[in-house]
Design a protein around this ligand. Sequence first.
Ligand code: NAD
Length: 492
Amino acid sequence: PLPEHCDFTVFGGTGDLALRKLLPALYQCDREGRLPEDTRVLALSRAAYDDDAYRAIARTALAEHVPAEQHDLTVVERLLGRLHHLTLDVTDDHDWHALYGRLKDRRDFAGTVRVFYLAVAPVLYETICRHLGSGGVAADPSRVVLEKPIGHDLASARVVNDAVGSVFAESQIFRIDHYLGKESVQNLLVTRFANTFLEPLWNSQWIDHVQITVSETLGVGDRAAYYDASGALRDMVQNHLLQLLCLVAMEPPLEVGREDVRDEKLKVLQALRPMTPEDVDHDVVRGRYRSGYVEGRPVPAYDEEIAALEAGDGTTETFVALRAEVSNWRWAGVPFYLRTGKRLDRRLSEIVIVFKATPTDVFPHREGLTEPNKLTIRVSPDEGMQLHLTAKEPGPGGYRLRPVSLDLSYATTFANRSPDAYERLLMDVIRGIPTLFMRRDEVEAAWAWCEPILQHWAASGLPPKPYPAGTPGPSAAFTLIERDGRSWQEYL
Ligand code: NAD
């Protein structure tokens, strides 16, 4: 149910995430009448802005990040009217009283849903939660929203989870993985569990392997300091790619609601076969981009982009490809090939389910190619789905076979706008629906699986393999899959 009163507090209200994602998402929710009528948005930062100064910043951000055809000045003014700015250095104990006062001094404090969105560096999470607890504003129906990264490894993730968990109950904690807010990712659940014909085939008997690719053309840009301490495995695989893998591999939930989906995802993470150091050498490739050309423009090497940083031991990877296995009844023996990287040749996120070949070839004199059936789920851009089949090419003589595809494009099939992931997720936070957020045990299970990889990399000290920017990654990533007699699917 939609609450009547809501105070949406954003720590880091002047940051990139707040201005580029959160305010536009709140705008869209307001535009479509989905926000509770009595909603206030409190943006906090260290800057000495009054409400008007912050509203001017917000107005500019909305003009920039909301598509022109959805930009409605009446709605902008309504949202700006809800916005307030509070100057607060979260590390300064004295600043907090103003926030407590603002939150408590409102109609129906006890019945107000308070969302605390921590759009600040994770080192501040503990301090913020401690204050919210001691200030008496953390009790249910308050909720806290955490962004990635949750920790740097299993031990540090536990420290963060303990700190937040000492103030908020798990049911009040919403850990964002914005991939789960994407329409095509939720549609994966619907495709699997609201149709009959796929699920009987969705196992090792009929599926040969699964590929998950998240390919970026961007470099590290101005996130170099964060990225160099992290790398592609921590930044992308531990969260986004493993979450996609979970949705592909999970058992049917009893129903899509509250804990069932998260319970099933957890079981997949627990079934991931742990890697030994030999497995890491054999089944994981890491790369790092050199200079090159992306979309026709020359771009510098990763090393040049981080040259200004003090840190950096030259081992941070900007690309990972790996072969994982889910050791359970349904999936034993089916490889899951995952790859992700920056400064690659394409911007694209895609899941490909490759089915096994037919048991025998009953067209011995055929011409043309047959390819295994595939289901491609395009997460971005151009959300959609393709089912690849083999068909007969029309013609009088013999059998000429050709791969064809049934093609579903969200944009052309549905008149509705595809909302940004944050719109869905923010509304779920306000409504208190946790399904699309990562539970503590999921985050920790994902770290536990990544840990031997990180440890072996640290122990071996070997540098990542170089690849020129604008290419699909190091050649070893191709060897990884081709030695199994398979190949990365060509993008269509
Ligand atoms: P940012 O550096 O642009 O903004 C940080 C914000 O924190 C600023 O508003 C700053 O004023 C505020 N801040 C810093 N120290 C403070 C203090 N002591 N007291 C009060 N406020 C303080 O960062 P960002 O890109 O907006 O990212 C915020 C968080 O979200 C980070 O944890 C980041 O890892 C995560 N994240 C960001 C994105 C993104 O797209 N930007 C995506 C995923 C996760």
